[in-house]
Design a protein around this ligand. Structure first.
Ligand SMILES: Cc1cc2nc3c(=O)[nH]c(=O)nc-3n(C[C@H](O)[C@H](O)[C@H](O)COP(=O)(O)O)c2cc1C
Length: 181
């Protein structure tokens, strides 16, 4: 498998800070010669997980497509919003459906977590919740995480406009490239 990284923001909101951060990560991976793909979850519409729905209709095609896409990539970066101290409903729902195909597909060789949040902790609580979920699923995570704090100030007109934040993104991307070997 050639080194390639899937970057999945857990928000499809227009102007999403996490999507902006995900795009910046993709841009920097590509600049370092690593193939990277941004995943817009609007392209993978999934109903709210419901075991009765699954029993009646099976696993939706979009969950299988995401599973297969993950299997083609050696790296995965999940960029999660923080909602009430946890991850977005969209991200949880997506992971739950993928796990109904085969959750071991999330065990990519390199998996890293990032988040953007208007709060001063940059979504650290949401990432901690995602780390616990990954641990439960046997997904080994890179120690290095990235939190973009005060995202409403740092992102100006859809662009990350803050030297310190950009340096942190560069460091995070460098750690991913190192881990890919
Ligand atoms: C219901 C709700 C709960 C939220 N809870 C938190 C929270 O616990 N911590 C936090 O930092 N931000 C919280 N936020 C703010 C979101 O992180 C913020 O809207 C963020 O920009 C959403 O991500 P996005 O820009 O990628 O769509 C919350 C927002 C909503 C609507």
């Amino acid at each position: 498998m050639a080194d390639s990284v899937l970057v999945v923001p857990g928000s499809t909101r227009a102007g999403s800070h996490n999507a902006t951060l995900g795009a910046a990560i993709v841009e920097r991976l590509v600049a370092r010669g690593v193939s990277a793909q941004f995943v817009d979850l609007r392209g993978f519409p999934l109903p709210l997980f419901d075991p009765d729905l699954e029993a009646a209709n099976g696993v939706p095609a979009a969950a299988r497509e995401l599973h297969d896409l993950l299997a083609e990539h050696s790296g995965l970066v999940i960029v999660t919003p923080e909602y009430n101290g946890s991850i977005s409903t969209l991200l949880k729902n997506t992971i739950d459906w993928i796990s109904r195909v085969d959750r071991s597909v999330l065990q990519r060789p390199v998996v890293a977590l990032a988040s953007a949040s208007p709060s001063s902790n940059g979504g650290a609580t949401g990432r901690a919740s995602l780390r616990a979920m990954c641990d439960h699923m046997g997904v080994e995570l890179l120690d290095r995480e990235l939190g973009l704090a005060r995202s409403h100030e740092v992102i100006v007109d859809g662009v990350i406009d803050d030297e310190q934040a950009l340096a942190e993104i560069d460091g995070f991307v460098a750690a991913i490239v190192d881990a890919l070997g």
